[in-house]
Design a protein around this ligand. Structure first.
Ligand SMILES: [Zn+2]
Ligand SMILES: [Zn+2]
Length: 331
């Protein structure tokens, strides 16, 4: 990359970064041989669905989880100038810092909040920042995660001691393990999907969580990825049960009722609006691209509040920019 010039960044096959030398594909939908393929974390919208290349730049944990979730065998490799930094989003999640003339930081999904089970993401100085914008509007501000964890634990403990079972419906990777960590010591039972992810995340040390069929007492807590798993809960226990979930969207009024939950806690694995603005300020980039979520709104806020050039990274509809190599057919 030439000093002073801005690298070409487009959204097409994931995020394509062309520094003039090696093409970098960040969370590509299809991996490409000859490119540096980076997988930030193992949530399905960030995993490659195709492509022949199985050697990817990713953390060991993400390699394991990605292989389990896609049924493909990925191998982790390193690439010169690419560093993986903890993203604090889910186990294995990483931000990618690419140093090729200019410094480019891709956050993937990230979280800078202190939590019970993951180290938070830390800002680093960068020239170009490509940041997610999931909660990039000012109304999305979350309470302190550790304090909220205490509130959740108290609410569940009260139900359990009154012999009322609690049924959490949560995403099986990340949310499930976070809520299990928050509720550790209570009688926890998970469905098969969550158990399969538990084994990988906790490295086999998940014997403190039973399977649904093992629940005997009404004071039980179920951690499941779908309401369909309710069918496996023993009938005698199923009657008085409370439904709960955790999600950043729970700060929106109406979320709880729309989802049919008795309680919804705004525990998120993403940054809230203030965290995003604070992170951008500390990275102090000269240019920001926003991706995923409230991209327009966050870019406008970054420009207004921080005086930093920012724009949503638009999807590249077809073809290529003049003079730009077509990197999806790179040798
Ligand atoms: Zn994610
Ligand atoms: Zn995502």
């Amino acid at each position: 990359m030439h000093r002073g010039s801005k690298p070409a960044v487009v959204r097409r096959n994931g995020i394509e970064l062309d520094t003039g030398d090696v093409p970098y594909l960040l969370d590509p939908a299809r991996t490409v041989e000859g490119a540096v393929n980076v997988i930030s974390h193992a949530h399905s919208d960030h995993l490659p669905r195709g492509g022949r290349e199985t050697r990817v730049v990713s953390t060991d944990k993400t390699i394991e989880l990605a292989s389990h979730r896609t049924g493909r065998r990925f191998t982790g490799i390193s690439a010169p100038g690419v560093s993986l930094l903890g993203a604090g989003h889910i186990p294995g999640s990483a931000m990618a810092l690419i140093e090729d003339g200019k410094r480019v930081l891709y956050t993937g999904d990230f979280c800078t909040r202190r939590k019970l089970y993951l180290e938070p993401a830390k800002p680093v100085r960068t020239d170009i920042l490509i940041t997610e914008a999931t909660y990039g509007r000012p109304e999305y501000v979350f309470p302190d995660a550790v304090e909220l964890s205490g509130v959740i634990r108290d609410w569940v403990s009260d139900a359990v001691s009154s012999s009322i079972p609690v049924f959490f419906v949560v995403y099986p990777l990340g949310k499930a393990q976070e809520i299990e960590t928050v509720l550790r010591g209570l009688p926890l039972f998970a469905d098969e999907d969550v158990q399969a992810h538990n084994r990988l995340v906790f490295g086999g040390c998940d014997d403190w969580i039973g399977s649904i069929q093992e629940a005997k007492d009404a004071g039980s807590v179920f951690i499941c990825s779908s309401r369909r798993s309710l069918a496996a809960v023993p009938g005698a226990i199923r009657r008085r049960l409370l439904f709960a979930t955790v999600s950043g969207w729970a700060v929106a009024p109406g979320f709880k009722n729309a989802g049919g939950f008795d309680e919804a806690f705004p525990l998120s694995d993403h940054c809230d609006y203030n965290d995003l603005i604070d992170f951008v300020r500390k990275c102090n980039p000269s240019h920001v691209y926003t991706v995923h979520g409230f991209t327009e709104s966050l870019a406008a806020s970054i420009a207004d509040e921080l005086g930093i050039e920012a724009e949503p990274l638009k999807r590249h509809a077809s073809g290529r920019k003049r003079g730009q190599r077509r990197i999806d057919t790179y040798p």
